[in-house]
Unconditional design. Structure first.
Lengths: 132, 132
DNA sequence: CCCTTTAGTGATAATGGTTCTCATGAAGAT
DNA sequence: ATCTTCATGAGAACCATTATCACTAAAGGG
């Protein structure tokens, strides 16, 4: 443990499994669902580890985290760069969207009101064509 | 009980107390906080009733409901009409905002992707001038 | 004013997602 | 190989929210 310590998190089987599970699908899934999916596919992993790993991946911006309307946390691996989502309330299908002028608008509104360090939450929920 | 029944909810002491409590303040507060505040101010009221009443008031659009970043539901009485919020992450101070072109933009994005019955969630979190 | 009907109330239990605990296991360094 | 330290995971703890259900009290007719 030197002062020039650059050690990241340890590479474990569990961390790889969670990361792989996130890579395989394109919909938001809750930690519970991801845990169940991993167990079903034969990976032995604890629920606490799934929660921890997802939180860390989100912290590192490797995956995105949103709140479902009923308050649960849901995760999804996304393209890099900032963007938002259009989510089907029925089947969970997700489309990434990038409001062109939105970021600038948000910053302007914020500064007009004296706010700084702005973070925003924007998600659209609806019904996709298949579910309508 | 005729067929032309237009009876709304009954006027009870508890419902009045919750509604009054929401009228007195301008910040988002959780159901737990509102319950504690009512108890502290001498109103005897059950927690379940607070939850029920808040849910009903929100359903009737008399108050707004958002999710805090940690998943809790928070309520606030707002001006009528659709709008969003700019919320101080530190002190909870709230500013109502009304993105002029936002609704139209959201509908357009949705229909471009075949989505219908769009609902959206937009909140800005930051630090107000006093807390910076 | 009294009675009946029925929605509202509230103490408490149940639920369920998330976090904590801590003994055990494994990654990485020496 | 050994040692240090972080990661893991089973289960408990936590906590917001919802359900239960016996009791209370609005509303409205008599």
């Amino acid at each position: 443990m030197t002062s020039t310590d650059t050690a990241g998190p340890r590479r474990t089987r569990q961390r790889a499994a969670v990361s792989a599970a996130m890579g395989r699908n394109g919909e938001f899934r809750t930690a519970q669902e991801i845990h169940a999916a991993l167990r079903d596919s034969g990976d032995s992993i604890g629920l606490a580890t799934v929660y921890r790993t997802l939180a860390q991946l989100a912290e590192a911006h490797e995956i995105d985290c949103i709140r479902t309307p009923d308050g649960q946390a849901a995760y999804r691996r996304c393209s890099s760069g900032h963007h938002h989502h259009l989510i089907c309330r029925n089947c969970g299908r997700t489309v990434e969207i990038s409001p062109p002028a939105f970021e600038a608008w948000a910053d302007q509104i914020a500064s007009e009101n004296g706010f700084t360090q702005i973070d925003h939450e924007l998600e659209l929920f609806g019904r996709c064509a298949a579910c309508s």
